[in-house]
Design a protein around this ligand. Structure first.
Ligand code: PRP
Ligand code: URA
Length: 210
């Protein structure tokens, strides 16, 4: 299956860390450490598309031309699980602003339930990265994107670790203007909406709430 708006980030270190994340024996501590490392690979790939502006600077020896990011970057983790990727993104983009969206899936209906929203001002001109490790049915990501569009965001990218084809299709239908970056495109969903083979419940495994 091929999707127009999907970039699969393939890197030996990402494959190594995704294996640790998938392994059910991995402790929460190791899980968080792997997410931190894999997020470094992800942020490097996603930021390839960032635009630059030229700036004039002086080295200790002479004038030269340098570069700055052209657009304000706004990171928007989807609580809870998205939080665990943010520090690695901030490490590489230290002047990014961070908004938060609280959304969880109702376990019976699989419909997204929102409970928190705090965004920086002026997201209209910003490049917004929505960060959530799991794209399963696509309901949560789609709802998060709609919140941002309703507040004027125009340049939105979804960043995840593991995506199901159903979630990518759902995004293509509802938000085909939003590029998706993922480390892996998995096979599908089980009847409870979990990604297969997946890595289980990302929030629970990150924070030890199984
Ligand atoms: C997980 C995950 C996504 C969502 C994906 O969150 O972090 O937000 O499920 O599923 P979907 O594509 O079918 O909507 P969860 O509902 O487990 O909330 P939590 O992070 O607070 O545990
Ligand atoms: N949310 C998760 O945390 N894992 C899945 O497999 C699906 C949704």
């Amino acid at each position: 299956m091929t999707f127009n708006n999907l970039t699969i980030v393939d890197h030996p270190l990402a494959r190594r860390d995704l294996t640790i994340l998938r392994d059910k024996r991995t402790t929460s501590l190791e899980f968080r450490n792997s997410i931190r490392r894999i997020s470094s690979v992800l942020v490097t790939a996603v930021s390839q598309s960032f635009k630059l502006k030229k700036v004039n600077i002086k080295t200790p020896l002479q004038k030269t031309v340098g570069y700055q990011l052209k657009h304000q970057i706004v990171l928007v983790p989807v609580l809870r699980a998205g939080l665990s990727l943010v520090e690695s993104f901030l490490e590489m983009i230290p002047d990014a602003k961070v908004g938060h969206i609280g959304i969880y899936r109702n376990e019976q209906t699989l419909q997204p339930v929102d409970y928190y929203l705090k965004l920086p001002r002026n997201i209209k001109q910003a490049k917004v990265l929505i960060i959530d490790p799991m794209l399963a049915t696509g309901g949560s990501a789609s709802a998060a994107i709609q919140f941002l569009k309703n507040r004027g965001a125009k340049d939105i990218t979804l960043v995840c670790l593991v995506a199901a084809p159903q979630g990518v299709s759902y995004m293509n239908k509802n938000h085909k203007d939003v590029p998706i970056y993922t480390i892996a495109l998995d096979k599908g969903l089980n009847p409870k909406g979990y990604i297969l083979p997946g890595l289980g419940d990302a929030g629970d495994r990150t924070y030890g709430t199984m």
